[in-house]
Write a protein that binds this ligand. Structure first.
Ligand SMILES: Cc1cc2nc3c(=O)[nH]c(=O)nc-3n(C[C@H](O)[C@H](O)[C@H](O)COP(=O)(O)OP(=O)(O)OC[C@H]3O[C@@H](n4cnc5c(N)ncnc54)[C@H](O)[C@@H]3O)c2cc1C
Length: 665
């Protein structure tokens, strides 16, 4: 039976612990934002606090790690809840106001836009974010999996499909916090293949999306802290707001797995964000000195004091408002006038946009906001009695994501993998003192390989092989030896190393629609993994799983043992583990999202009926409205999507400034 951690009272402890603990406790009890929790872990009894609805397997009850995590998550939740209450009180005094731009969604893209546009002191911006401010705890790289259990996340469960996620629906951890995915993600800094952007240029008929033309925007964002990489000025820069660095800690198993991948035939690559991408690598991350670097932290937070920038948290956009037909010249398309939103107190408010509304609510929620506003497939909207502002059949279609497949695991024993609490306490001290040690990294997620399988048709004659269709990812977990796992993943200390292939150029597509019974609730998502007609995606996943197993021949000499029947494989144990049928079964049952949902408001040519935005990211058939986030990608990039989304926002800020004659400073 799962045990639920109940609410327990918070008590301010007596002074008199160690100096550091006292300082921490004093800070927390004096009502200031809580410090990071590494220094408080030594005194767990003093950290009792409300814990909301976190369930753990029965075998995990009362373990020190679970007690620690419960408190950690509770502190984050309590901070978010108290911020929400404060906003709710403030909003009683708030007035409806007018701005030049209203940006919906303060995520990876929204924070970039808000900062870039308000560089001009005469331009005013309102940023509406449905979640709260990025909690300090998210800055600790290894806490990533725990933060996904906090209120900074809104889990969307996709509709059950027989071909994926064991037929019960996949969980999409959609961010609900300033910085969005950049505040919660695994921080991998991957721009993907030049071929991706050249094909965007081709599909949109706009050469400004070609790779050579988007490199300056990647560079404008980047502050690369590695002097050798930064020196490669063709591709890199050290002057932007987004810190990029190597994580200070590498688990000793990382070089072993790298060696195994090389022995399996992969090339080695130092920098996947330069001339080429293929090969095995340790990737750089959006971090600086052992801490996460989100777009909130890099772009927005330092500029919160600008008088022309207003950021409202716990503000959920409910629809975009358009002018009345009678108020516009005949034949003139509808014009976006502003945004209706629900504030922290639950009041409905209206913000006016004199120049533009910009939707940056991410791959799942941007289509939801458009559909709620009457922009989408006319028939779908009419069924829900939503007045059609513009018939845009492509809204919510073309959903793409990279499915990851679980099921290949290596068991790792001490001294290579120590998972005891005493070691963790040492880690807390190391991190607290100098931002070093296991907490300064997100486990083995920094390790990756980008591969072009032989399933992919060869490129046109003479063209170099550049674009991968398979990514090998790595995650970790802890098992107690009796099969009990407290968490699906743990990136702090671990004794299971998961090798996770991801289908990088999926042919399967999904959809996002409104929920007829509650259009403002979670949208209905069909993720579509492994539904392509010719099973190309499934076959790529199988190639990846086979490669994952081939690593065994090298890894066993280091004592890393391929697990016989790891927990994720339980649904396939009726099949011969060496068979392709078994691997296909794994893909269909043990797959999950790599968190790269995108392409649901895709850009395309002006005359492309299924395109939602044009190459300048303006929504077709209306005026004064843009979408700027991962949803505008025509096709998902062949790699992780944070850096590409930030590039899109950087470029969009120039397009917007050009269109409105705002100086680019
Ligand atoms: C757990 C996780 C791990 C990942 N790992 C990596 C990685 O290692 N490397 C990488 O490159 N990418 C990674 N990604 C993906 C990457 O973070 C995303 O592609 C990127 O953040 C997308 O940016 P976005 O601006 O499109 O959306 P988001 O960053 O999701 O921002 C959307 C924002 O809009 C807000 N919002 C939604 N609806 C409304 C509304 N109605 N009103 C107001 N606000 C609203 C949300 O709260 C959110 O803050 C990961 C993502 C996650 C979640």
């Amino acid at each position: 039976m799962p045990c639920t951690w109940q609410q327990v009272s918070h008590k301010c402890p007596r002074r008199g612990g160690t100096a550091r603990n006292s300082a921490f406790v004093h800070k927390r009890c004096s009502g200031q934002p809580p410090s990071l929790l590494w220094s408080s872990a030594r005194d767990r009894h003093d950290m009792s606090s409300p814990v909301s609805q976190t369930t753990w397997p029965a075998g995990c009850e009362n373990t020190p790690l679970v007690a620690f995590l419960s408190v950690l998550i509770a502190v984050v939740n309590r901070r978010l809840e108290s911020e929400q209450k404060q906003r709710a009180t403030e909003s009683a005094d708030a007035v409806n106001a007018a701005f030049d731009f209203v940006v919906v969604g303060g995520g990876a893209a929204g924070c970039v836009l808000a900062e870039r546009l308000t560089r001009d002191a005469n331009t005013t911006v309102l940023l509406l974010e449905r979640g709260g401010t990025q909690p300090d705890q998210t800055k600790v790289p290894a806490y990533i999996t725990y933060m996904l259990m906090s209120n900074a996340v809104d889990n969307v469960v996709t509709l059950p499909e027989s071909k994926n996620c064991n037929g019960v629906g996949c969980v999409l951890n959609t961010p609900k916090v300033l910085g969005g995915g950049s505040s919660l993600n695994a921080m991998m800094y991957v721009r993907a293949s030049s071929v991706d952007y050249d094909s965007w240029a081709n599909l949109t008929g706009d050469s400004s999306w070609a790779y050579d033309n988007v490199i300056p925007y990647f560079k404008r964002a980047e502050r690369n802290l590695d002097p050798v990489i930064a020196k490669d000025s063709e591709y890199h820069s050290s002057a932007g707001p987004l810190s990029v660095s190597w994580q200070p800690y590498r688990h000793p198993a990382i070089p072993m797995v790298q060696e195994a991948m090389r022995n399996a035939g992969l090339a080695s690559r130092l920098d996947v964000n330069a001339e080429g991408q293929l090969g095995e690598t340790v990737v750089q991350t959006t971090t600086a000195n052992g801490e996460r670097w989100s777009t909130y932290r890099g772009y927005l937070e330092p500029e919160l004091g600008r008088p022309n920038l207003r950021v409202v948290t716990y503000a959920t956009a409910t629809r975009i408002l358009f002018d009345d037909e009678g108020d516009r010249a005949e034949g003139s398309p509808p014009r976006a006038l502003g945004v209706e939103y629900r504030d922290a107190a639950g009041e409905i408010r209206v913000a006016t946009a004199n120049k533009e509304v910009i939707v940056s609510a991410g791959g799942i929620h941007s289509p939801q906001v458009l559909l709620l506003s009457g922009l989408g497939p006319a028939e779908e909207l009419q069924e829900l009695n939503i007045p059609v502002v513009a018939d845009l059949p492509g809204v919510g279609k073309n959903l793409q994501d990279h499915p990851l497949v679980d099921g290949v695991e290596y068991e790792c024993v001490p001294p290579l993998c120590d998972v005891d609490w005493a070691s963790r306490l040492q880690d807390l001290d190391d991190y607290g003192a100098n931002r070093k040690g296991p907490l300064s990294a997100a486990g083995m997620t920094q390790l990756a390989a980008f591969i072009r399988t032989d399933l992919d048709p060869p490129p046109p004659e003479g063209a170099p092989l550049k674009q991968p269709d398979l990514q090998m990812g790595f995650l970790n977990t802890v098992e107690d030896g009796n099969g009990t796992r407290c968490l699906a993943f743990d990136t702090w200390r671990y004794n299971r190393i998961k090798v996770l292939p991801a289908v990088l150029r999926p042919r399967s597509r999904g959809t996002v629609r409104l929920n007829a019974t509650d259009p403002h609730g979670q949208p209905l998502v069909t993720i579509g993994y492994f539904t392509d007609a010719d099973d190309y995606d499934l076959n790529v996943a199988v190639k990846g799983l086979q490669l994952g197993r081939r690593l065994e021949s090298t890894l066993k000499q280091y004592g890393l043992v391929l697990s016989k029947n790891p927990a994720p494989a339980q649904h396939c144990s009726h099949l011969d583990p060496d068979s392709v049928a078994h691997l296909k079964c794994l893909a269909r049952t043990a797959c999950f999202s790599m968190w790269h949902w995108s392409c649901t408001c895709r850009m395309g040519r002006e005359d492309d009926d299924d395109a939602v935005v044009n190459p300048r990211l303006l929504v077709r058939k209306v005026r004064g409205l843009r979408v700027v986030d991962a949803s505008v990608m025509p096709n998902v990039t062949s790699g992780n999507t944070n850096a590409p989304t930030i590039m899109i926002a950087e470029r969009a800020s120039d397009l917007i400034r050009q269109d409105h004659g705002i100086p680019i400073v």
